[in-house]
Design a protein around this ligand. Sequence first.
Ligand code: AMP
Ligand code: TRP
Length: 355
Amino acid sequence: MPSFQPLVFSGVQPTGNLHLGNYLGAIRRFVALQDSHDCIYCVVDLHSITAQLVHDDLAGQTRAITAAFLAAGIDPEKHIVFNQSRVMQHAELAWIFNCVARIGWMNRMTQFKDKAGKDRENASLGLLAYPSLMAADILVYRATHVPVGEDQKQHLELTRDIATKFNNDFSDRIGQLGAGVDMTVGDERVNGFFPLTEPLIEGTATRVMSLRDGMKKMSKSDPSDLSRINLTDDADTIAKKIKKAKTDPEPLPSELEGLEARPEADNLVGIYAGLSDRSRESVIAEFGGQQFSVFKPALAELAVEKLAPIASEMRRIMADPAYVDAVLRNGGERAAVRAEATMKTVREIIGFVGD
Ligand code: AMP
Ligand code: TRP
């Protein structure tokens, strides 16, 4: 029986500086999946005009994210790296999904509520429809696995809802065209054109918190630069930010449970674990009972050791924008072939007249 080919897809927006949360929650996972999977990694420039229309240097930001992908170890020849806007099938499928998804589904998205703030009437229509474009990014390749940080979980559930509704609403046409694929959902065997994509939210750092407030996510948009470690920060800046990171006066606990009511300590232990590919348990086994005056310098040293080579490689790659553009062009051409194969069938399923 045919089933969906395993395929990994993920995207990062070209807005703001990449930080440690993006690296540990997403990019490091992207790198790890390359050995076992066929992967497509996308700089999602269409998404970045949803919250803010005009950007000073969208092209430069797009190249910087691409350089970060490459510097972190993504192989653009074995896999695909490209920017979203050059493969117009993303926008085409997003339109169709705008007609599949319900307004109520979009209104429930916490990222929309956060980004739209109090004045929802004044948010762009694109910001509301954002998850429909995200579903299209994934499903235009019929991707089966999506590595992301914890904050994207709800969007991936919505992606499954869109795939399910499309598969159900068009089940007769999909059957007539023989375009369906069998898949297992829970204990059930179902048939559909789009897979029900699995989120991959893995590792010890799926939600890296701000260095200034252990209850807030580390984010590109935090006004305080001390709240995050940027991938481009130099060694002194990294060390300074870790030294200034908010903590409590207690030493690190000797048991994992001791981190429960201590979000800042928990975050720093999670970062150490993420950067060293170790479990939180093993970090606590090494540093339990130690003061932050011991742990913070060790963490700073580790962060510099892991991040400085990426920053310098990023700078090297960005000095050659023609190379970066060639990577994106080549990736875009290969992505478009796959996306068009999906869209040809989608157009037939819906009944659009074409060649
Ligand atoms: P964005 O910066 O929103 O485009 O996010 C790019 C990727 O990084 C997504 O997979 C996010 O889930 C992930 N990400 C963003 N912030 C964090 C964070 N603080 N901790 C872990 N993952 C994150
Ligand atoms: N919404 C994601 C974020 O803000 C970015 C994104 C867009 C994405 N399309 C995607 C992630 C498809 C995974 C798959 O981080």
